[in-house]
Design a protein around this ligand. Structure first.
Ligand code: NAD
Ligand code: ZN
Ligand code: ZN
Length: 344
């Protein structure tokens, strides 16, 4: 089959032919319908060889949707042909976190060498994807595969970040979304669907701000050195109750700390290497700073239910398998509007 692989440190990914996978005991083989392209892959591909926590070559793609093509011995709960979405942050399934469906924080994944598809295990940008357990599949029903595949990460990750801050997102509150790309433009929609907060979107690109407005942002602000001041002005000097940073670079993390309200939450989702000092006087009183990873199995089901209710409409650009390297190039250059999706 064809697969998009990251083959050597620092090199661009390539479309190659690899053997078709076969499901072992408990595994499920999917015929991939659509696979999303995430900026995290670009971060991973920028790491020096000694920092890469898995072996190369690696088939990319940690957002996947497909139909069940074959069931390994003992795999149950799905039939051949069923359309499914893949829950990506695989865990052991039996530790205390996994028992709660919080496999993104599995206590034993590192020790057991369990890694997500596309981030260690062979990923979804391929004709077939091996899923380690039926537990990691969510029925798609009649949801559109292409528009739904980004929800497995670009939807689930912001959903998880927003859900933990819901008690602060009361009517009259303000939520800021920094970086309205793949994750951010879904975050704007989730905030509108889940809260009565005013949503302020920040980006460095006017096109991305236009997309943010189109998907429901009440206000947009160009993300530059004056952005924190602009958010303070929009909030009568008080700051935003919740700031979600989907860039996570040093300037955006600093700006997030400068625009958050007393008792507000700063959530750094982006992998841009930015940090925020916490200590008396460093931030408004009782402001919290956190950096979450992906989301839980139950939350993926909830996100798909929101999509089924019509609350999220992911903007997608589609690419054929042979164009998959181009999708990464365009994402790297900031030229993807919404989410790039590969149709293998
Ligand atoms: P993306 O490239 O689609 O979107 C990034 C957006 O940020 C773009 O619209 C870009 O114009 C904008 N941007 C860049 N610099 C900016 C700045 N200084 N101020 C404001 N906006 C700026 O990327 P994505 O796939 O949505 O991923 C977003 C980030 O989230 C990446 O760092 C990715 O690695 C990370 N991520 C983290 C998790 C997690 O679990 N923590 C999960 C998925 C993705
Ligand atoms: Zn991702
Ligand atoms: Zn576990």
């Amino acid at each position: 089959m064809k697969a998009l692989q990251y083959r050597s440190p620092g090199a661009a990914p390539e479309v190659v032919t690899v053997p078709d996978p076969e499901p072992g005991p408990g595994q499920v083989l999917l015929k991939v319908t659509a696979a999303g392209v995430c900026h995290s892959d670009i971060a991973v591909m920028s790491w020096p060889a000694e920092q890469i926590p898995f072996t190369l070559p690696l088939t990319l793609g940690h957002e996947g949707v497909g139909t069940v093509a074959a069931l390994g011995a003992g795999a149950t709960g799905f039939a051949i042909g069923d359309p499914v979405a893949v829950y990506g942050p695989w865990g052991c399934g039996s530790c205390a976190k996994c028992a709660e469906g919080r496999e993104n924080y599995c206590l034993r994944a590192a020790e057991l060498g369990i890694r997500p598809p596309g981030l260690g295990a062979p990923g979804a940008i391929a004709e077939y994807l091996l899923v380690d357990s039926a537990r990691h599949l969510v029925p798609l029903g009649d949801l559109d595969a292409v528009k739904t595949v980004p929800l497995t990460d670009a939807g689930l990750t912001p959903y998880h970040a927003i859900k933990r801050s819901l008690p602060k997102l009361l009517p009259g509150s303000t939520a800021v979304v920094i970086g309205t790309g793949g994750l951010g433009h879904v975050a704007v929609q989730l905030l509108r669907a889940m809260t009565a907060a005013r949503v302020v979107a920040l980006d460095v690109s006017e096109e991305k701000l236009a997309l943010a407005r189109a998907v429901g942002a009440h206000e947009t602000v160009l993300s530059d050195a004056s952005a924190a001041g602009a958010v303070r002005e929009l909030t009568g000097g008080l700051g935003a109750e919740v700031v979600l940073d989907f860039v996570g670079a040093p300037p955006t993390a600093t700006a997030a700390g400068a625009m958050v309200a007393v008792e507000g939450d700063v959530t750094i989702v982006g992998l841009g290497g930015g940090t925020l000092p916490v200590g008396f006087g460093a931030l408004p009183y009782e402001a919290t700073v956190t950096a979450p990873y992906w989301g839980t199995r139950a939350e993926l089901i909830e996100v798909l239910d929101l999509a089924r209710a019509g609350a999220v409409d992911v903007h997608v650009e589609t690419y054929g398998m042979d164009e998959a390297p181009l999708a990464y190039e365009r994402l790297h250059e900031g030229r993807v509007d919404g989410r790039a999706v590969v149709l293998p």
